[in-house]
Design a protein around this ligand. Structure first.
Ligand SMILES: C[S@@+](CC[C@H](N)C(=O)[O-])C[C@H]1O[C@@H](n2cnc3c(N)ncnc32)[C@H](O)[C@@H]1O
Length: 178
């Protein structure tokens, strides 16, 4: 197991309540869902790649009540926390090897995970494979230029406010159309 993943096995139970979780990850997730709702107002099937404890998918369940919600994450303990919510279908898998058929999702999300992927090109290729033609990917990842390394709080507010003001020019979040 890559070292990056092992650290999450140990942190899973208290992950959502951590300072990082509340001050940084949650605002990023809310910003990503706002972008996603504009791009895909009524998605049928959503996949969260690197879903961790499923916190983004739980927010998505409220925002997109008719969507089927799937998540993958290589850390077993994170997946176990996410799987406790019966609305979510969660599997232990990495971005580089998604356990889904081609073109099954019309919206794919990923927050705070991309920098952990061992083979980013393969992960993006796998996402392209399971994304339907005309579907959307919204991926957000922390970057030093956004200030994350210095101050999670200031980075979080920059990302959360970005889309409404100016399409998040300083943030690592992007909406890509296939
Ligand atoms: C900082 S956590 C973010 C979790 C969640 N997406 C969030 O926003 O709170 C990073 C997650 O990426 C997962 N991860 C690490 N390598 C991965 C890979 N190759 N593919 C998918 N997820 C990966 C980790 O196990 C961990 O759960």
């Amino acid at each position: 197991m890559p070292g990056d993943v092992e650290q999450f096995e140990a942190r899973a139970q208290r992950y959502d309540e951590s300072t990082l979780g509340r001050r940084f990850h949650l605002p990023v997730q809310e910003a990503v869902l706002g972008i996603a709702a504009r791009l895909a107002p009524r998605p049928e099937a959503i996949l969260d790649v690197g879903c961790g404890t499923g916190s983004l998918l739980r927010l998505a369940a409220d925002r997109f009540p008719t969507a089927r919600l799937y998540g993958v994450d290589p850390a077993e303990a994170m997946v176990a926390v996410a799987a406790a919510d019966p609305r979510l279908t969660v599997a232990r898998a990495s971005a580089e090897r998604l356990s889904f058929a081609d073109a099954g999702f019309d919206l794919i999300l990923s927050t705070n995970s991309f920098h952990h992927w061992e083979d980013k090109a393969m992960g993006i290729a796998e996402i392209a494979r399971v994304l339907r033609s005309g579907g959307h990917l919204v991926l957000a990842d922390p970057s030093r230029s956004a200030g994350y390394a210095r101050s999670p709080r200031s980075c979080a507010s920059a990302i959360a406010c970005g889309p409404a003001r100016r399409s998040m020019p300083r943030s690592p979040a992007s909406g890509w159309k296939r």
